[in-house]
Design a protein around this ligand. Structure first.
Ligand code: ADP
Ligand code: MG
Length: 310
């Protein structure tokens, strides 16, 4: 478990974090979401002690973070950056194993670990292990960035807007990938994003931040159905800015479950109308010609993740 207790961080003349109290359960997929400048990166960097709080304490497994040996602590906290930061002069397998090497793992074990991780993210090790970073696409490089953070099996993985530089299709693929890795690896993931859709797709728990304050912590369903205040409501609704597409687009792409239940929406309804109808409902039945289909929030989020109007 990670606990922030009355944590504040002040930069010269600027209160970035103001009396933060937050609990992150062990093994959770925890998302910090908020607009730029809300203090997400500062919060994340306090977790691996890249930034020290001005006030308050952070506890990791019931021990104060500052009481850990820094090197030991960093080994427990994998870190994935927004800008893929692979070492350009090292090949892919050397990049993945760089921490393992500094820990003195034998070469054979490092290579095996790198190859197993590449396989786990669908990059054929025979093809990719010895390539250089500039021979990979952005999405492939970010896959490597992620598995590099996992290579020595940290307890916690910190991710700071890791997908924001990627196109919508790669972003969706990598969201699926981190969900799958989280399921398989049983580590705690702390994921930062400014994108509410991404937060709702990924987070088991979500903390919405604004100007150094937590606005609401809860599950995606809690936040969508019972926004704590106007900021949270507005932040969610802004993400649903008018869109030209209709519910028919989801039906055409095969989303939803066939049902004989009565329909409450027609296929000509807008995406925004569907989002509104889903508030407080697990699913909404849409009449699409002969048959009706029940569309759920995950259907909508999945659709939006691939169809983001940029
Ligand atoms: P986010 O990641 O949510 O965009 P940050 O944690 O980076 O937010 O920043 C929170 C606030 O702290 C912002 O107002 C930002 O300008 C300020 N800030 C961040 N880093 C520094 C720094 N090194 N010096 C002064 N102010 C900073
Ligand atoms: Mg940031």
């Amino acid at each position: 478990m990670i606990e922030f207790r009355n944590v504040s961080k002040r930069y010269a003349g600027n209160q970035a974090i103001d009396n933060l109290n937050l609990t992150i359960p062990t093994g959770d997929f925890f998302v910090l979401v908020g607009p730029s400048g809300s203090g997400k990166t500062t919060t994340l960097k306090m977790l691996n002690r890249l930034i020290a709080p001005t006030k308050g304490d952070i506890y990791f497994e019931d021990k104060r973070l500052i009481d850990y040996d820094l090197t030991q602590l960093r080994l427990q906290m994998g870190y994935v950056l927004q800008n893929i930061a692979l070492f350009p002069n090292l090949n892919i397998q050397e990049n993945i194993a760089i921490q393992a090497e500094s820990l003195g793992w034998p070469r054979k074990q490092r290579v095996e670990r790198a190859r197993a991780l590449l396989k786990q993210v669908d990059l054929d090790p025979d093809k990719y292990a010895t390539r250089m970073p500039n021979e990979l696409s952005g999405g492939e490089q970010q896959r490597v960035g992620i598995i590099r953070a996992l290579a020595i099996k940290p307890k916690v993985v910190l991710m700071d807007e890791p997908f924001s530089a990627l196109d919508p299709i790669s972003r969706k693929q990598l969201q699926d990938l981190v969900l799958q890795l989280h399921k398989e690896l049983q580590m705690t993931f702390v994921f930062v994003t400014h994108d509410m859709h991404e937060a709702l797709r990924l987070g088991q728990h979500i903390a919405v931040m604004r100007l150094g304050h937590i606005q609401q912590v809860g599950t995606g369903a809690d936040i969508m159905q019972h926004p704590a205040n106007d900021f949270v409501r507005g932040f969610f609704e802004n993400e649903h800015a008018p869109r030209p597409d209709t519910v028919q687009s989801l039906l055409s792409e095969g989303y939803g479950q066939t049902t004989s239940a009565p329909a409450t929406l027609t296929a000509t309804a807008t995406i925004n109308e569907l989002a509104a109808a889903l508030k407080g409902n697990v699913s909404v039945v849409v009449s699409g010609g002969e048959i009706s289909r029940a569309l759920s929030t995950p259907d909508l989020l999945d659709y939006l993740a691939t169809k983001e109007a940029n």
